[in-house]
Design a protein around this ligand. Structure first.
Ligand code: C2E
Ligand code: SIN
Ligand code: SIN
Ligand code: FE
Ligand code: FE
Length: 380
């Protein structure tokens, strides 16, 4: 039976006793068992050694000059680094009164002089095991705590990165949409102002149709991409100052399908919405539109909304191939187009909101018309 060890090291015992003879006996006995033994002749020295080197058990004499064993034990317990170090009192007489005092200061065990060697070694082995077990738990707890801290930190960092990325994506998405819409605009005479009016008409129609705020906002952001497919139309057709021939018009009509191909396949609800708008904004209520000849409810609501908004703005704006129409003529065309070209309910909602329509039109005027038109009123 040797001394318990930890990580290959012998357990350490500190003997604090003012009698050299007692220290000698204990030193010999414990060393022969394989313990590493430190000794101190006074309470003061003992505490210093303990706080410097630590110990797995302290054998502590009770009756010592200056600082007695009870006081030494009290101080060992008060120091957080040694609060769990086992203390075994060595005393001649173990009476009830002393036991009570010893328990109060936090002693773990008692040994009475003269020593029974077997009993002494058994007691010491127990307290040392207790101490090593406690140390093991402490180390494990600290390791787990460090690990959990590390993981929590990693998780926090990952979450933060993800949030930053999402924010960047959001910004990038809006910017991409604006740039994509503008790319088509550069080729055409559809100005930024046209895209803004069109997108605000779409938002307005969404609200009048009682779609939820989120959907209306999505419509506002996605609708400027409706003509993005015009990127694929040759200049001599797109920018032709006069009417298109039937063949040219056939090519022109491909812009809906091209726009859809550019935007389709995205996971993003916003880009999906934009793809649908590009695909369906030239479908007509009576099924005579393009590219698929959908009719009525087969045309998604976003396409029906975009059709009203787009045509109204195209008519009331100047194009390379046409002058801007007066408002009354555009209104008359929408009314004529009820149930032929447009969703009749949307035409009614749009015409009932003509005040708001005109506010939008006034707010986003083409810059080249700027001198001829009245000062913009802000939409409040
Ligand atoms: P856009 O200029 O944005 O016009 C969108 C839609 O507004 C047109 O779709 C049409 O439904 C309506 N619209 C625009 N101007 C007029 C008009 O003067 N009269 C009538 N009744 N409706 C009008 P649409 O017809 O499918 O045309 C799609 C695109 O094809 C137009 O987009 C425009 O870029 C081009 N386009 C159409 N017609 C001509 C044309 O005669 N000459 C040229 N150069 N381009 C044309
Ligand atoms: C220490 O390890 O330094 C403190 C005393 C002990 O727990 O052994
Ligand atoms: C159309 O809308 O059918 C072609 C454009 C126009 O009439 O000028
Ligand atoms: Fe179009
Ligand atoms: Fe347009």
């Amino acid at each position: 039976m040797g001394a318990p060890t930890y990580e290959g090291n012998a357990a350490r015992i500190l003997v604090i006793d003012d009698e050299a003879g007692v220290r000698r006996v204990l030193l010999r006995l414990l060393s022969s068992e394989g313990y590493e033994v430190m000794e101190a002749a006074s309470g003061q020295d003992g505490l210093e050694i303990l706080w410097t080197h630590g110990a797995d058990t302290v054998l502590l004499d009770v009756m010592m000059p200056r600082m007695d064993g009870l006081e030494v034990c009290r101080r060992i317990r008060k120091n957080s680094r040694t609060a769990h170090t086992p203390v075994v009192f060595i005393t001649a007489a173990v009476d009830r009164q002393f036991r009570r005092q010893a328990r109060k200061v936090g002693a773990d065990d008692f040994l009475s002089k003269p020593f029974d060697e077997v009993e002494l070694l058994a007691r010491v082995r127990n307290t040392v095991r207790m101490k090593l077990y406690y140390d093991g738990l402490t180390r494990e707890r600290n390791r787990l705590r460090t690990e959990v801290d590390g993981r929590t930190r990693a998780l926090d960092e990952a979450t933060e990165r993800l949030e930053r990325l999402q924010e960047e994506l959001k910004v990038a998405r809006e910017e991409t949409i604006a740039r994509l819409a503008r790319a088509a605009e550069f080729r055409d005479d559809e100005t930024a102002a046209h895209l803004q009016r069109m997108s605000h008409y779409c938002y307005l129609l969404g609200k009048k149709k009682s779609l939820d705020e989120y959907t209306c906002e999505m419509l506002r952001i996605a609708s400027p991409m409706h003509d993005v497919g015009k990127i694929g139309i040759p200049d001599h057709i797109l920018l032709k100052p006069g009417r298109l021939t039937p063949d040219e018009y056939t090519i022109m009509k491909q812009h809906a399908e091209i726009g859809y191909k550019i935007l389709s396949g995205s996971e993003s609800p916003l880009v999906k919405l934009a793809a649908n708008i590009a695909h369906t904004h030239h479908e007509k209520w009576d099924g005579s539109g393009y590219p698929r000849g959908l009719e009525a409810d087969q045309i998604p609501i976003e396409g029906r909304i975009a059709a009203v908004a787009d045509v109204f703005d195209a008519l009331t704006s100047e194009r390379p191939y046409k002058k801007a129409w007066p408002i009354e003529d555009a209104v008359a065309l929408l009314e004529r187009g009820r149930e032929a070209h447009f969703d009749p309910e949307l035409v009614d909602l749009f015409l009932d909101s003509m005040d708001e329509v005109l506010e939008i039109k006034d707010q986003f005027r083409d810059s080249h018309n700027h001198d001829a038109e009245p000062a913009a009123r802000r939409i409040g």
